[in-house]
Ligand binder design. Structure first.
Ligand code: CA2
Length: 145
């Protein structure tokens, strides 16, 4: 069976494409899901793609990804506040790549700090939807290294 990459999305990402296209692009999360699933499949990976507005549900989904090939995590605003997500990442074996659509460092100061970056395998931000595709490639590269 193909190894699986989990793509987990946090709060408000279900609103993509509806507002603020200048910051987050015009694509909906469902369109992003198709692109990411196709990209993962082209690299030989199955994918689980999920979104939640609830911190604890994201924690549960990180635990569920323990035995997977890795996690692409856009934690949304929980990136900047969540010790629970920090601890959940530490608690699993799978590598986690933190992703952001926007360049958080070019935005408000409160977006410059991440509670999850120190425990993520790496961070990709600022490339729009391509941030997700680059994260899939990063996880694939980890497994061939
Ligand atoms: O750039 C990213 O991917 C973010 O993770 C997106 C989060 C933001 O809180 C992070 O700082 C950076 C926001 C999620 C989407 O929020 C929307 C707001 C308005 C319209 C549509 C989506």
């Amino acid at each position: 069976m193909a190894p699986t990459i989990h793509i987990l999305n946090g709060p408000n990402l279900n609103r993509l494409g509806l507002r603020e296209p200048g910051v987050y692009g015009a694509q909906t999360l469902s369109e992003i899901e198709s692109l990411v699933r196709d990209h993962a499949a082209s690299r030989g990976y199955g994918s689980v793609f999920r979104q939640s507005n609830h911190e604890g549900e994201l924690v549960d989904w990180l635990h569920a990804a323990n035995d997977s090939a890795g996690v692409v995590l856009n934690a949304g605003a929980y990136t900047h506040t969540s010790i629970a997500l920090h601890d959940a990442i530490r608690s699993i074996d799978a590598p986690v790549v933190e992703v952001h659509i926007s360049n958080v460092f070019a935005r408000e100061a409160f977006r410059h700090h991440s509670t999850i970056s120190p425990v993520a395998r790496g961070v990709i931000c600022g490339f729009g939807v391509h941030s997700y595709l680059l994260a899939v490639d990063a996880l694939a590269a980890l497994r061939t290294a």
